[in-house]
Design a protein around this ligand. Structure first.
Ligand code: FAD
Length: 293
């Protein structure tokens, strides 16, 4: 299919992108890797009048560690996220999520910011930013603001971003030294969107109990969700096999999955419980393997 006619402008900087969006008015849309937006345009499900290409805005790219927190520029491509030494070392759940996305072409063009702004119910980064309590830095003509991950997704394909607002950075707060994380995903075939996925980030205290924990899942609802009840269940307890089983049951009981080509609701509930149990067990294994200081 051929998209409807549109104008194309490449932004040279963040200020230039905002100015071009203001000039474009209601028909303006930011373009990053184009791996979600262009297919929608070809199907005429999206018909922006003007595309403002932000993929080469230098301020939007790169992964930096500052005072223990990690800042990921929104236009950083999935491949750079997947292979980042700092992410693989300090925060592997993010890199693991990026590695499961699509194929090599998608990972070399698609961006973390585009993936989050698209808010596909089965997208991979949602669970991870919720487990890590990430902050999303955004910029618009009205100024800069931070959106906590838990407030970012409003509904399927809908976020808290205003039309003229750019997501500039994903900020992962400093993690405890012994904190360990994991991202696990069940997919129909390699490179597909998730049927269900779970991200778990946890740290243990000196006695081996769970000191802090973050849980994010996809597949349970129309949006990725933070497993607040599961976090409360695990916090300050010894994580026994019985507790892990109870966590799986809790996430299943809360789930109201969308029925689609990836499975019936009952099936998705079951695999969501199973993938969360496995993710908690793996995060525990990684936390226990960390050298004590
Ligand atoms: P674009 O397509 O350019 O933009 C998407 C939307 O986000 C647009 O509305 C755009 O205006 C907006 N946007 C982009 N960047 C910003 C920003 N910085 N601020 C504000 N708004 C912005 N994703 C997964 O998570 N898991 C998968 O397994 C997966 N498999 C895929 C398989 C294929 C074959 C394809 C084509 C895509 C797949 N994707 C998957 C989607 C992929 O991750 C896309 O890269 C991503 O969803 C969109 O990122 P993009 O940079 O291409 O954004």
């Amino acid at each position: 299919m051929i998209p409807a006619t549109f104008a194309y402008h490449r932004a040279r900087s963040l200020d230039d992108a905002l100015a071009k969006m203001a000039a474009a008015g209601a028909g303006g849309r930011f373009l990053a890797g184009g791996h979600s937006l262009v297919p929608l345009m070809k199907l005429r499900l999206s018909e922006p009048g003007t595309l403002i290409d932000i993929s080469r805005v230098a301020e939007l790219s790169g992964i930096r560690e500052k005072d223990g927190r990690i800042e990921i520029g929104a236009a950083t491509v999935h491949h750079a996220v997947a292979t980042s030494p700092v992410l693989n070392d300090r925060c592997p759940a993010v890199a693991e999520a990026a590695r499961t996305i699509g194929d090599a072409q998608v990972r070399n063009r698609g961006t973390i910011g585009g993936g989050l702004a698209e808010a596909d119910p089965c997208g991979d980064y949602g669970a991870v930013i919720l487990a890590l309590n990430a902050q999303l830095k955004c910029l618009s003509p009205r100024g800069e603001r931070m959106i906590p991950a838990a407030e970012f997704f409003s509904f399927a394909y809908t976020t808290a971003l205003a039309r003229d607002e750019i997501l500039t950075e994903v900020i992962i707060p400093a993690l405890a030294k012994h904190s360990a994380g994991v991202y696990l995903k069940l997919e129909r075939v390699a490179g597909d969107f998730a049927i269900a996925s779970a991200a778990v980030q946890l740290s243990l205290d000196d006695g081996g109990s769970c000191a802090e924990v973050g849980i994010g899942v996809t597949g349970g609802h129309a949006v990725p969700t933070k497993g607040v009840a599961v976090e409360d269940l695990l916090r300050r307890k010894k994580i026994t096999p019985e507790l892990v089983a109870a966590a799986g049951q809790l996430i299943q009981a809360d789930a109201e999955p969308i029925e689609d080509m990836r499975g019936a609701a009952q099936y998705k509930k079951k695999v969501l419980g199973a993938i969360l149990r496995r993710a908690i067990a793996e995060a525990m294994r990684r936390a226990e393997a960390k050298p004590s200081s």
